[in-house]
Structure formats: C-alpha cells, structure tokens
Write a protein that binds this ligand. Structure first.
Ligand code: HEM
Length: 490
C-alpha cells in the first residue's frame, strides 16, 4: 500500500528541485530564491516530531470553535488537484507540445476528470457521466456487497479505486469526497441537459465540466480560503493584487503558474495540524479513528455502511451541529506521528508525519519562517510586524533548539497558535486558522493559480457567481461545500 501513497520518496531534494526548475515550468519552482536555506540538526527535527513528543496532541484534543472538519479534508482534496507527482496519470503524457500545458498546476479537477472521456474512457459512461460504484454494483451478487459498492468509488476486482488520482482514496473521508464530486458532475449534466436549447454530446460534457469546475473554484475561494485565511486577505488580494506570488513573464509573453516548493513542502502542510484523532461520520454515531476497522485503513473498499459519510456531520448544513477541526497549532493527532500505513520496520522518525514534513522541507533548502515573514514586510505586507515575528519565534523555541530560525511549516503552525487568524473586525482568533504570514502565502498561491488560468472563472470572468442565470444550480444555487457535495442527492 505504501507505494500508493504520494510523497513517500526518500528524503532527497536538490536533484528533484533541479529537474523541477526551468525545464518544467508547470511544476514546482522556488518562489523566494533570494532567501538562504535554514539548516537545523536533523536530530533536533527527529526529536521535535517524535511520537509522544512536544507536537503530540494528547488527552482532550484542542478543537476549533468554528472550522468544519470536512473543510480540512477538502484542503487535502485541493492539494491533490494542484500538485502532480509520479502517481499522477498526467505525468506519463509524452506529447511534447502538450507537456507544459498539461502539467500546468490549475484547479481544474483533473483528479476527478482524468484526461477526459476520450483519453480516460474507463472513467466515463456515454462520454458524459462519470462512473461511480453504483455503476459497478451489477458485478456483485452478494446483497451486502451490492449495497456497499453502490455507496463507494468504482473499484477493480482487487478493490483499487478507478479514479482520476489514486491519492483520493487515501482515507475514508477523501474517498467519499471524491464520490461526492463524481455525483456532483453527474447531477450538473442532468441539470443542464433539460434546459431549453441545451447542447448534446461532447459540448454538453464540456459545459457540465466547466460549470462543475467553476462551482468548485468558487467554493475554494469563498468557503475554504475565507475560513482558513480570513476574509481580509482574500479581499485584499482580489482588490490590490498579489505581493509575493508573482510568477514572471516568459519570453513568449505568457505567465506560467507554478507550485512554489515552499508551499508544497511547508506552508500548505498546515492542514496536518487540523486533522483530529477521532470523529463521527454519521449523526448519532460514536467517534472512530481515521484509520481502523470502522473507516478502513486507506486505499480499501467501503468496509460497512456505517462508514458512509453523511456530509451534514462533517460540514455545516446550517444548524451548527458538525464535527470541528482541530485547532491550527503545533499539535498533531497521535496517529499522524506514527502513520499506520507505513511499513512497521521503518525507523520511528520516518513514520512521523511531523518529522517527514520538517526533513522534506530541509532537503529542499527552504528558508526559515522568520526570513519569509521579514521578506513579506519588505514586499509591502503591512499586516505583519516585527513584534509578531519575534513573538512567534520566541514561542517556537520551546519546541526545541531553534536558535538559527524556525522551519517554515513549524513557524506557520506556531503563528496560528500564538497570533491566530485575523477576523473582519481586525482582531485575531488563535487556533482558528492561519496567521498573517501563513494566510498570505496560502491565499496568494491558490488565488494566483486561479487568476493565471484562463479557463478558471477568475481568469475568465471575475463577475461570475453561482447565481449567474445560465449556470445556477437548483433553486438556491450551490455556494458552499455542503451544497456541492449534497447536490447530487436531490
Ligand atoms: C487526512 C490525513 C492526512 C494524511 C494521513 C496525510 C499524509 C501525508 C503524507 C504521508 C505526506 C508525504 C509526507 C512526506 O513524506 O513528505 C503528505 C504530504 C502532503 N500533505 Fe498531507 N496528509 C493528510 C492531510 C493533509 C491535509 C488536510 C493537507 C492540507 C490542507 C495536506 C497537505 C499536504 C501537502 C501539501 C503535502 C505535500 C505535497 C503532496 O505530495 O501532495 N495533507 N501528507
């Protein structure tokens, strides 16, 4: 199973970084090359991230007051949409003229659509609909399997999910979220095809794909980023532009978006601190661990009907009764410090996701959080002050010997804990989301990826909204993640 998992390569970095550079503009590149790397003794990093150590969330978890747990898994889903690695089917595309384009990291749901009905026909029915487990249910005779398969992803006889990105079967929640997106697309096709003058065939598919993708992008911008980073930064970037994520023009006059390596190895890994040890997936049920008999161990078929995710439980359906995410702080759920899907013979430090994050970033020569924060001030980010940086830096020193600086990932977690997310009234709320440095890094990158994509709604029509009369879905429109994942139920 481990070889299914993304990112589980040895802790190398430089040679990968070189191959990610100019020759492959669509992938990873260094955003802040002017900053020197931070080097911390690896043994210090082992110690900071170890199970039972300073980062383990023991006893009662520190829960956020407002953030929906389902939104954090959506963060992982977004990650899989924009980061491509060796497991991505797109990486095997060998048509040189298309390579750059195909590899451009965009929020285009290629993790759901694969390479489209022509090139990935095994994902589709009639060239229009995405296959779900329900389409395979006829292959089963046993009554219970038939019922389970109908609520699961499409799978081959060995149980492997047949989906656009295999990583979206890594845990039960992301697996059910992938199913929610397949159903969403199918429901959009049904909704569009009944309209007067609706196109048919591939034109109908393309329309449905655009409408589904633009709704997803809307939710990323207005639900996910506004919750995790705060309205202030989303509004500031949309109105005043980006300050640090400013990819340069190429010789041909195009701007190529890329994933900053600082984002992939550090900043966007903030989500690891908001995953909780145990949670419910259905109303009235008990809480169970993310990995285990109840929800399965990752990359496995739905084990029982009680593992079917009821989105009302993980997201706010309007009644305020939903599972909360963990606080954004320097604590991680115990299971993440001893990852159950990794071989038991690995040394303990390699089984800890915290240590993996710290070593991975160090192998890619990532600068310290303090350096990134100071550079943002130079670039005109007025919301960051030297006092804040000192405050975060001092607090992080309690985690270990970090006199030379704080690794970026750790800095952003500490910033969430010590400073907190800025709310609309200008006050900060600790643990509820990213602090000023993290919020700018994450929001600028994700908004930038959309703005630089001339097929996204932000790159095409900034005035588009889910209330647009041509694209509106259902009587009230689909404006948040809960609406989107349950639209196909109606
Ligand atoms: C649900 C539980 C999750 C598990 C078990 C998990 C596990 C992992 C593992 C094992 C890696 C590779 C680590 C390495 O060797 O460098 C990784 C990478 C990463 N994770 Fe997670 N993760 C989870 C959730 C999340 C969430 C919620 C986010 C963000 C909101 C996130 C963002 C990332 C990013 C950006 C990377 C590196 C890029 C990539 O390869 O996709 N992860 N994760």
């Amino acid at each position: 199973m481990a070889n299914h998992y993304h990112g589980l390569a040895p802790f190398k970095g430089l040679e990968l970084l070189q191959s990610f550079n100019d020759s492959e503009p669509g992938r990873f590149a260094r955003l802040l090359p002017e900053l020197p790397p931070l080097y911390v003794n690896p043994l210090t990093l082992h110690k900071i991230g170890e199970a039972n150590g300073v980062m383990e969330d023991r006893g009662l978890p520190n829960l956020s007051k407002t953030v929906e747990l389902g939104l954090i898994f959506f963060g992982q889903f977004i990650d899989h949409d924009i980061t491509l690695d060796d497991s991505s089917s797109l990486s095997s595309n060998n048509v040189p003229s298309k390579v750059d384009n195909v590899r451009t990291p965009t929020l285009d749901l290629d993790s759901v659509y694969g390479e489209g009905p022509e090139a990935s026909p095994y994902l589709y029915k009639d060239g229009l609909y995405l296959l779900t487990g329900a389409d395979y249910a006829g292959n089963f005779t046993d009554e219970q399997w038939l019922r389970l398969a109908a609520k699961d992803l499409p799978r081959n006889p060995l149980g492997t999910a047949i989906i656009g990105d295999p990583r979206n079967d890594e845990n039960r929640v992301i697996s059910q979220m992938q199913l929610g997106f397949l159903r969403f697309h199918n429901a959009v096709v049904d909704s569009l095809k009944d309209r007067p003058g609706a196109p048919t065939g591939s034109k109908l598919f393309e329309d449905a794909r655009r409408v589904a993708t633009w709704h997803y992008q809307w939710v990323v911008l207005n639900h996910f980023l506004r919750t995790i980073c705060g309205d202030w930064i989303v509004d500031d970037i949309l109105a005043n532009g980006r300050k640090i994520y400013v990819p340069e023009y190429e010789a041909d006059g195009d701007v190529e978006p890329f994933i900053p390596i600082e984002f992939a190895t550090a900043a966007y890994r903030f989500g690891h601190s908001m995953i909780v040890e145990k949670f419910r997936v259905q109303q009235g049920e008990d809480q169970f661990p993310l990995f285990g008999d109840r929800y399965g161990n990752g990359f496995t078929p739905l084990p029982n009907l009680r593992a079917v995710v009821d989105w009302e439980t993980l997201l706010d359906s309007g009644n305020g009764d939903f599972e909360r995410a963990g606080q954004l702080d320097t604590k991680l759920a115990s299971t993440l410090l001893n990852l159950p899907f990794l071989p038991a013979e690995l040394p303990a430090f390699e089984r800890s996701l915290a240590t993996r994050n710290l070593l991975r970033a160090q192998s890619f020569l990532i600068p310290s959080g303090e350096q990134v924060a100071n550079l943002m001030i130079q670039y005109g980010a007025k919301e960051i002050t030297s006092e804040m940086i000192e405050h975060v830096s001092e607090a992080a020193k309690r985690l270990g010997d970090l006199d030379k600086g704080t690794p970026l990932w750790l800095y952003l977690l500490q910033e969430g804990q010590t400073i907190g997310r800025m709310n609309n009234d200008g006050k900060f709320e600790r643990g509820e989301g990213l602090g000023p440095v993290g919020a700018r890094f994450v929001a600028e990158t994700i908004i930038g990826l959309m703005e630089l994509d001339d097929r996204s709604f932000l790159g095409t029509n900034r005035n588009w909204s889910p209330m647009d009369s041509h694209d509106k879905l259902g009587p009230n429109g689909v404006t948040n993640l809960y609406d989107l994942l349950t639209f196909g139920d109606n």
